[in-house]
Design a protein around this ligand. Structure first.
Ligand code: ADP
Ligand code: ZN
Ligand code: ZN
Length: 741
């Protein structure tokens, strides 16, 4: 408005006399915070609106400031102070500062990533009214006449128990006005809901192993920081252990943070927690919520109202004043790592946070990440084990391999697999056909001798690029033409792994005409209640064969799954990504865990061209430990993470050669700083082209995390300077502890 515009300059002049200076963080890609002035000191963590260039933006006060070399006349004033919520807690800002420093991300952007969207806007927020209303003795004695329907309904509800306004509105749309009038007359009172006493639903009697684990963990409560790796096979009762441990924390009046992978956020899981602790306010936080819902949950955690906060990676930032325990379920899951902007790993931040709050953190998995296993080895985490299935009769499934070499197949299906599906259907068992469709880049393989395209210069696999007919290494940059035949045996039938499952559903329908097929993937579960409907059909036993991809692997308990057929697993066996085998094992283990959960023993058939591969051999023996050791040795020999610390500098531009040239120049400039750091590349990224841009990367590797951190602090300003000089179309990002190469 015009009047505002003419008031502003006067305010600036006024402030010059006796204002105070503040540091304010705003959501911009710059490393520094900015100085503003205000008529009074504001506590750190206060949300304000400030002018930034031509815009009015939200800012967070990070501390007092001195004008330093700035001309006081040019320091702009804080425009508005938002006091709808108390200042953000110091412990929250500390975590933000740590994340910004560790991931070398601008502080302001880190802070705004950690905040729910609603708090990133320059405005007051509307929080749901959680106040409860009840009748005073005077109100109780004066019931409204029955003819006044609305008032009577409100009165009756309040006579029974204290209610929120939201609960009263359906009874009477004008409830708010009625309460206001009654409040003035002293007939009602309002306030925060009384803290509920803790109550626990029915618990399961733990088996011996579970008891041992619970005892160890319970002993760590209230003893400061400790980090635990709970390594328990699928169905061994890890969740039951979390629940019984949480009961102790909640009973002591503390809060619990539970982090779960995106895909596990199912109503069934949440219901299990809610049913166990019926009186404990539980909040779920994930990216599928509206801004308002997420804000409400975040604030409930922060204000101590929520006893349990369950959420995906973003929930790790929720302030929890009475935090007593953190649980990270499926700690190996890749969705804990954010792949854009602030590329944080929620599991790693959770461990940092547990340390900050001096509480235990429990990382649970059937297939722990090599990172966590290395931390156990180094004595940073303690490992606890559950080796048996908890449910009385349930046994581990029998895993068998189908050798696909020179075998007749229809659309990628072996005759044995089809036969097994028929048998299961006749026995009234539900089956799952699982198609591995992870976006692995295609590696070339010989269908006869099993040769695969390895890089002659490093331990990566070469990836085939069809348009140019080239093989490329995405680690060191080596590049060669596609050979016409197998270099080992001369066979001309060499092809990219993973071909041939596209028309699978049609083929299955033709081969199993009587079976009721249900396909589950992103397309069939796009809408919110799609999944619920599919789930109901499964529960009602209206399905014989489920066909699906990774979405089906986790989280859901299908009860009567008797048979699992796995297709196209081989494409994860030989991959350009050195983590592919670790992930493939975890995935197949999880898929196999779907079989024989309840009382039916399960059977798993894996079609493969490499039946002797150590991964499959270990899977058949249910030998995670043995395979993890093999992988660890490979990583150690190749000096890949977790046996080195890594950061990737990525660059993209419309043209690959500009991205490569940018990284080439940086490599040269950074070489003198890189003591104890190996700089590898630049190389085109695995998925070179994405959205019309081409990407390349430079890898920094060191055996010492501190040294790498130190190097990055010196390197990032140089990268920024170089980017300012480079073409405007060039973009870059840094990924510390990358999970995707
Ligand atoms: P995990 O989290 O390790 O996959 P869950 O806690 O989900 O395992 O347990 C797997 C199944 O075993 C569930 O159906 C659960 O109810 C059951 N279960 C867990 N612990 C026990 C126990 N002590 N006694 C009987 N059943 C149990
Ligand atoms: Zn060959
Ligand atoms: Zn290479």
């Amino acid at each position: 408005m015009a009047s505002d515009a003419c008031v502003a300059p006067y305010r600036i002049l006024l402030f010059m006399a006796n204002d105070v200076y503040l540091q304010v963080a705003v959501d911009v890609p710059l490393r520094e915070t900015f100085t503003y002035c205000c008529e009074r000191p504001l506590p750190t963590g206060t949300r304000v609106a400030v002018p930034f260039g031509p815009r009015r933006v939200c800012g967070i006060v990070t501390g007092p400031s001195a004008p330093g070399g700035l001309d006081p006349a040019r320091i702009k004033p804080v425009l508005e102070i938002f006091d709808d919520l108390p200042p953000l807690p110091v412990s929250f800002l500390e975590m933000v500062a740590f994340a910004a420093a560790y991931y070398h991300h601008p502080y302001g952007q880190t802070l705004f990533t950690a905040l729910p969207t609603a708090l990133r806007q320059p405005g007051n927020v509307r929080l749901p009214d959680r106040r409860h209303w009840w009748l005073t003795p005077a109100g109780r004695e004066t019931p409204p006449p029955a003819a006044h329907r609305a008032r009577r309904a409100v009165w009756q509800a309040l006579a029974e128990e204290a209610c929120t306004l939201a609960a009263l509105r359906p009874l009477a749309p004008q409830a708010s006005a009625i309460l206001k009038a009654w409040l003035a007359e002293g007939r009602v009172a309002s306030g925060e809901p009384a803290a509920l006493s803790f109550r626990e639903g029915p618990v399961l009697a733990l088996n011996g192993e579970q008891q041992t684990v619970l005892q160890a963990l319970a002993g760590a409560l209230a003893q400061g920081f400790s980090a635990w790796l709970l390594h328990g096979i699928t169905g061994s009762g890890k969740t039951e252990v979390y629940l019984q441990l949480m009961a102790r924390v909640l009973a002591a009046g503390q809060q619990v943070l539970v982090l779960i992978p995106e895909i596990n956020l199912t109503p069934q899981l949440i219901e299990r927690f809610a049913a166990r602790f019926p009186d404990t306010p539980l909040v779920t936080l994930h990216s599928g919520l509206s801004d308002g819902e997420r804000l409400a949950g975040w604030v409930d955690g922060w204000q101590g109202r929520a006893g349990i906060v369950i959420g995906t990676r973003l929930a790790v930032f929720t302030p929890l004043p009475r935090l007593g325990l953190i649980v990270v379920d499926e700690e190996h899951d890749t969705s804990f790592k954010q792949q854009e902007g602030l590329r944080y790993h929620a599991r790693d931040l959770a461990v940092w946070r547990a340390h900050q709050a001096a509480v235990p953190v429990v990382l649970g998995s059937a297939t722990p990440s090599l990172e966590s296993l290395a931390n156990v080895e180094a004595g940073r985490y303690r490992r606890l084990r559950l080796t048996q299935r908890a449910h009385g009769a349930a046994r581990l499934p029998e895993v068998q391999l189908i050798d696909m070499r020179r075998k007749k197949r229809t659309e990628g299906l072996a005759e044995e697999s089809v036969e097994a599906l028929r048998t299961a259907q006749r026995a009234g068992q539900m089956s799952l056909v699982f198609i591995n469709r992870r976006g692995y880049a295609p590696v070339l393989a010989c269908t006869d001798c099993g040769w695969t395209s390895g890089c002659p210069h490093c331990s990566s696999k070469l990836v085939i690029h069809l348009p140019e007919r080239r093989l490329r290494c995405h680690h060191c940059g080596w590049d060669a033409p596609v050979p016409g035949s197998c270099p080992d045996c001369g066979n001309v039938d060499i092809r990219p792994l993973g071909e041939g499952t596209q028309r699978l559903e049609a083929a299955l329908t033709a081969m199993l005409p009587e079976a009721r097929l249900l396909r589950i993937d992103r397309d069939t579960t796009r809408r919110k209640d799609d999944w619920d409907q599919l789930y109901q059909r499964i529960q009602a036993e209206e399905v014989d064969v489920l066909v699906g991809t990774q979405m089906l692997a986790k989280g859901h308990d299908f009860g009567s799954l008797g048979l699992v057929v796995v297709l196209n697993a081989d494409s994860g066996l030989y991959s350009a990504d050195f983590r592919a085998t670790e992930r493939l094992f975890a995935l197949l283990n999880q898929v196999a865990g779907r079989a024989g959960r309840a009382d039916t023993p399960g059977r798993v058939l894996i079609q493969t061209q490499w039946p002797d591969h150590p991964l499959y051999q270990a899977l058949c023996r249910h030998d995670f430990d043995g395979y993890a050791r093999t992988l660890a040795e490979e990583r150690q020999a190749a000096r890949f993470p977790p046996y080195c610390s890594q950061a990737l500098l990525r660059a993209d531009a419309p043209d690959l050669k500009d991205a490569m040239a940018f990284l080439d120049r940086l490599r040269e400039a950074l070489e003198p700083l890189a003591e104890g750091i190996e700089i590898v590349g630049p190389a085109p990224a695995l998925m070179t082209r994405l959205a019309g841009r081409e990407r390349a990367q430079l890898s920094f590797e060191s055996c010492s995390r501190q040294r790498l951190q130190h190097f990055l602090s010196e390197a990032v300003p140089q990268v920024e300077a170089a980017a300012r000089r480079a073409s405007r179309s060039l973009r870059w990002s840094l990924d510390v502890d990358p999970q995707e190469t």
